[in-house]
Structures are given as C-alpha cells and as structure tokens.
Design a protein around this ligand. Sequence first.
Ligand code: OGA
Ligand code: MN
Length: 226
Amino acid sequence: MLSLPKTFSSDDTTSLFESITNDIVDKGYSIRPYALPEHLAQLLLQHVTMLDEEKFKRAGIGRANDHVVNDFIRTDEICWITGNSDAGSAWIKWSESLRIYLNRHLFLGLFSFESHFAHYAKGDFYKTHTDAFKGEGNRMLSVVVYLNQYWLPDDGGELVIYDKQQSTSAVIDNSVIKVTPNFGTIVVFLSEEFPHEVLPAKRDRYSIAGWFRLNNSIANNIDPPS
Ligand code: OGA
Ligand code: MN
C-alpha cells in the first residue's frame, strides 16, 4: 500500500518549488528531471494505466464554441483530472501547494488550476502551439509531468520548446530544447511565451498537462483586451 502525506511541505518539496520559482524568474521556464515525489508519480501512473480507455476522449483545440478535433494539429486523447480518486486528489494537493508557493514568492495571483491526463498512442503528436494568447485566455503558467518509466532515446515523443520571438529557432543557442518524457520529470513555463510541440512517440506515452489561471475579472482589469 502506498501511504500519502497530508500535505506537500517537506524540505524536498520546498527546495523543488524554490528551484522552479528561480528558473521561472531567470528564464520563464523550468525543466526538472525526476522531480515529482516518487510516491505521487507512482500513484498517478497506477491510476492512469487503470483508467478505462473510454474515459479518454480525443483532445480538441480552441475553447468552448471554437472547440474542434483536428487530426493535423493533435491526435492524443485526454481525461480531465478530478479529486474523485486518491491519485487525482493527491495531484491536486501537490499543484495547490505549488500554486501557493508561487503566489507567495512571485506575487503572480494564480487563482485556479485545471489539468488532464494525456495518452499519446504510438505515432500520436501535438504540433507547435501556444497554451494561451494575450488578451484571450487567462492561462498564466503551464505545468507538464511525465509518467513513463524506462523511456529510451529511440522512443521519440519529446517535448520541444521554442522561443516566442523566433519560433523557428530554439530557446538556447539555436539548439532545440528537447525534453525526454521520463518518469517524474516536471516542466513549467509561462503559457503565453513558449510555443511547443510533442514529437510522435514510438510507444504509449502518458503525461499530465495543467494550467494555473488568473481570475478572469482580475486579469481583464490588469490587461484589458485592446
Ligand atoms: C498540452 C501539451 C505537452 C506534453 O497538452 O498542451 O503541450 O508533453 N502537452 O504532453
Ligand atoms: Mn501545450
């Protein structure tokens, strides 16, 4: 049996949150390999592999009325995470701890969090996109976590992160930033600043994608759509 801590307040968690915060301040993104607490990653993996196939739905693009499935842009399937399972509620608790830490240290005013599991079957991909657009959405920070054990270099499925200014070149020294979707790796980035894509994987690939949002009314006051 896996036992769960009541809160995520250990020294390890604090120093992880501190590293993520510093990375965001320095670069606008953070990549932390194998950083998710082991018991939480195990619980999430166990949960996602036991979820019924029918709970996963083809992911779309766009919001509300503009929401459409588009085979040329993304082919993965998703399942929104709720607190109705041990794994879901432990994940929400962890992300809530991160939200509070970021607000305390960066005064970001992050208000809420939404997240889903994603399953990329062999060959699935998600072409270059941005998670939020200025004036449109209120997604502020994106969080991605990987749940794949023993990922090999040949398995593909990397997350590629680009710089907004030159979306054909990469963030560092024109060399592409590729993140291997290894078990427990955490990626956090400013949602409006970094176009990114998921390369086709050669095996099943499981991830969680989540977004910290601003309160819409506050966001509209600070940054009214022009
Ligand atoms: C997304 C996304 C990245 C990944 O769902 O918006 O960019 O590596 N996911 O799964
Ligand atoms: Mn994305």
